[in-house]
Design a protein around this ligand. Structure first.
Ligand code: IPE
Ligand code: IPE
Ligand code: MG
Length: 239
C-alpha cells in the first residue's frame, strides 16, 4: 500500500467517470467485457480509499442513458456485473459503513438489477458513513427533464407558485437532493468531456483528467488527484 500523503483539504463530494475499460481489454487482445470485470476491482479501491480519507459522497458513473446504444451482449454483461458486484460487496459496504444510493432512472433497468439495488440500498440504509451513489441509466439531461416534470406538476397542483422556482429549489428535485455538489470530477482514459454527467451539479466542480485507463487507475493516482484538488483555487466567481 502506498504511503498516504497528508490531505489538508478533502473534497466533500468526488464524482468519477470510470472510462477506458474497453480499451484496456483491447490492448490485451481480450473481449471488452474483460475490461469491465477488471474495472470492478478499481471500484472497490476507490470506495475504500474515499471512505478512509473522509470523502462524504462518492458518485460513480456506471451506466449512462447513452450506453444502451452498445451491443446487447455488452449491456447485459454490465447489468449482470452490477448484480454480482452488489451481492459480493454488500457485506464489505456494511463493514465500511457505506450508504448505497442510486441516481438515474432506475425504473428502466432490468427487474433483477432493480431488486438487487433496492436490497443493497435498504441493507445499507442505517449506515452512517460515506454515501456511495451509483449512477445507473443516468444522464444529466434526463435527470433535469424528470425534475422539471415534477416541478411543473407541483406548480400546477398549487404546491408553490412558479416564482418560487430557484436554483436551490431545483436542487431538491434532482436525484442528488440534499447532497453537496461534486467538488471534484475525475475522468480516466484521456477523454476530456462530461458525457452527460452531473450537468447541473457540476457547474462549479474542479475537473481532473488522466490518460490512465480505469482498470489501471491505482490508489496512488487517486490520492494524487485528491492532493491536486487541494491546490486548486476555487473562486466561485469571486476574486
Ligand atoms: C467505461 O469504459 C465503462 C462504461 C461506460 C460502462 P468503456 O466501456 O467506455 O471503455 P472504452 O471507453 O470503450 O475504452
Ligand atoms: C461515460 O463513458 C459513461 C460512463 C463512464 C458510464 P462513455 O465511454 O460511455 O462516454 P463516451 O461515449 O466516450 O462519451
Ligand atoms: Mg468509454
Amino acid at each position: 500500500m502506498p504511503q498516504r500523503p497528508a490531505l489538508t483539504v478533502v473534497p466533500r463530494h468526488v464524482a468519477i467517470i470510470m472510462d477506458g475499460n474497453g480499451r484496456w481489454a483491447k490492448k490485451r487482445g481480450l473481449p471488452r467485457v474483460a475490461g469491465h470485470r477488471e474495472g470492478a476491482k478499481t471500484v472497490r479501491m476507490v470506495v475504500r480509499t474515499s471512505g478512509e480519507v473522509g470523502v462524504e459522497v462518492l458518485t460513480l458513473y456506471a451506466f449512462s442513458t447513452e450506453n444502451w446504444r452498445r451491443p446487447e451482449e455488452e449491456v447485459s454483461y454490465l447489468m449482470n456485473l452490477l448484480i454480482s458486484y452488489l451481492k459480493k460487496e454488500l457485506d464489505e459496504l456494511c463493514r465500511e459503513n457505506v450508504r448505497l444510493r442510486a441516481i438515474g432512472d432506475i425504473s428502466n433497468l432490468p427487474r433483477e438489477v432493480q431488486q438487487a439495488l433496492l436490497e443493497a440500498i435498504q441493507k445499507t440504509d442505517n449506515n452512517t458513513g460515506m454515501i456511495l451513489n451509483l449512477a445507473l441509466n443516468y444522464g444529466g439531461k434526463d435527470e433535469l427533464v424528470r425534475a422539471i416534470k415534477r416541478i411543473y406538476r407541483d406548480v400546477e397542483s398549487g404546491k408553490f407558485p412558479i416564482d418560487s422556482v430557484t436554483p436551490d429549489l431545483i436542487d431538491t428535485y434532482l436525484d442528488t437532493a440534499s447532497q453537496p455538489d461534486p467538488d471534484l470530477i475525475i475522468r480516466t482514459s484521456g477523454e476530456m468531456r462530461l458525457s452527460n454527467f452531473l450537468l447541473w451539479q457540476g457547474a462549479y466542480s474542479e475537473l481532473w483528467f488522466t490518460d490512465t485507463l480505469w482498470p489501471d487507475f491505482t490508489e496512488e493516482e487517486y490520492l494524487k488527484a485528491l492532493v491536486d484538488y487541494g491546490k486548486r483555487g476555487r473562486r466561485f466567481g469571486n476574486v
